[in-house]
Design a protein around this ligand. Structure first.
Ligand SMILES: [Zn+2]
Length: 349
């Protein structure tokens, strides 16, 4: 196989930031082969209202209007059932929940889910998607840390699914075999995104290497194998959400005894060729279309018709070296795989 045609790839989890950073990274969605971006709301301040989400969408469209942006709200005590109805009417697709303090800009995140049941009830009724950052905060008293934070979260997933069986839920950026098994065990309303980088990295790759550091952290080789296998299986409730998360190069590369490096891996500019390269490396290239286009679009009810499909053509090449960085000065970002070779490139986008 030397050429692959992929219909309208969709990235169901991406961080496009604000201001200068948004101007730099938003066009990379399209450059990376994607025509739909499911946009995360963890800005400063977080996107908590319909009005904010629509203003953010307009900002993104003014940067690159060739991409369809699906917007989300940040789950917080300010979100009411009334606002959920308003958001749905305005075309906002989902609500993202961050446990407090576990990742970038999550200081306003949730501590317990029960208080949000009226909001989830409204979401179930109007059919909005709940996107879960599936980690519990670290806590020495219960031996909770970044390596078991995701497995420990899965009881919340099951409880939410049981309480709201018709609520569509996405467990975001799964990194463990336990998470894959948990999502498989749920009904058709529960799906799961997988990033490109978690198909490659394990614990050994980020310990001591800040550019491979993200939350949730990459886990053990057996966990990575579970992510790869569910893609090989062509399971329709597992699809790409890149969690592409740009941070200025200085916040990634400069850690001090009192200031750690930022968590996040940036894949947008190389995303489709990278995913093809990785899937080929573990014999899943024939599942590329399902993983990056059909499965997620089906779950989110953004199916393609003849009129709205734009085909992206990938060609096999000998090895294309990934850029060392994008942008200049303070705002530059270093992509995942920088300086390494990818064996696929986009020839029609
Ligand atoms: Zn994310």
């Amino acid at each position: 196989m030397s050429e692959i045609i992929v219909p309208s790839p969709a990235d169901f989890h991406v961080h496009l930031r604000q201001g200068k950073m948004a101007t730099l990274v938003t066009p990379h969605v399209r450059n990376g082969g994607f025509s739909l971006a499911y946009v995360m709301p963890n800005l400063k301040p977080p996107v908590t209202t319909t009005a904010q989400a629509l203003a953010y969408k307009a900002e993104l469209e003014s940067i690159d209007s060739s991409v369809e942006y699906l917007m989300t709200l940040y789950l917080s005590p300010d979100l009411t059932p009334e606002e959920v109805v308003k958001a749905k009417e305005a075309g906002i697709a989902g609500v993202k929940s961050y446990p407090r303090g576990v990742t970038t800009n999550s200081d306003g995140g949730i501590e317990s889910y029960e208080m949000y049941y009226p909001v989830f009830e409204a979401m179930q009724r109007v059919d909005m998607v709940l996107n879960l950052h599936g980690e519990v905060p670290s806590d020495a008293k219960t031996n909770t840390h970044i390596l078991n934070a995701e497995p420990k979260f899965l009881t919340h997933l099951h409880a939410l699914h049981k309480a709201f069986p018709r609520l569509r839920i996405v467990l975001e950026h799964a990194t463990t075999r336990a998470a894959v098994d948990a999502v498989k065990a749920c009904g058709p309303t529960v799906a799961c995104t997988i990033t490109a980088h978690h198909l490659e990295l394990t614990v050994d790759d980020w310990a001591g290497q800040s550019f491979n550091f993200c939350k949730p952290v990459a886990k053990y080789p057996d966990d990575r194998e579970a992510l790869r296998q569910v893609i090989r299986d062509g399971h329709p409730r597992f699809f790409l959400g890149s969690d592409s998360a740009p941070h200025p190069v200085h916040s990634k590369s400069t850690s001090t005894p009192t200031q750690g490096c930022a968590a996040g891996i940036y894949t947008s500019p190389i995303l489709l060729p990278l995913v093809a390269h990785l899937l080929e490396s573990f014999d899943a290239l024939d599942k590329l279309e399902g993983f990056v286009s059909t499965f997620g679009r089906c779950f989110y009810r953004r199916e393609l018709s003849a009129e709205n499909t734009s085909n992206v053509v990938l060609r096999k090449i000998d090895g294309h070296v990934v850029e060392g960085k994008y942008g200049a000065d303070e705002e530059s970002v270093v992509p995942f795989w920088a300086g390494k070779e990818i064996n696929w490139k986009i020839v029609t986008n």
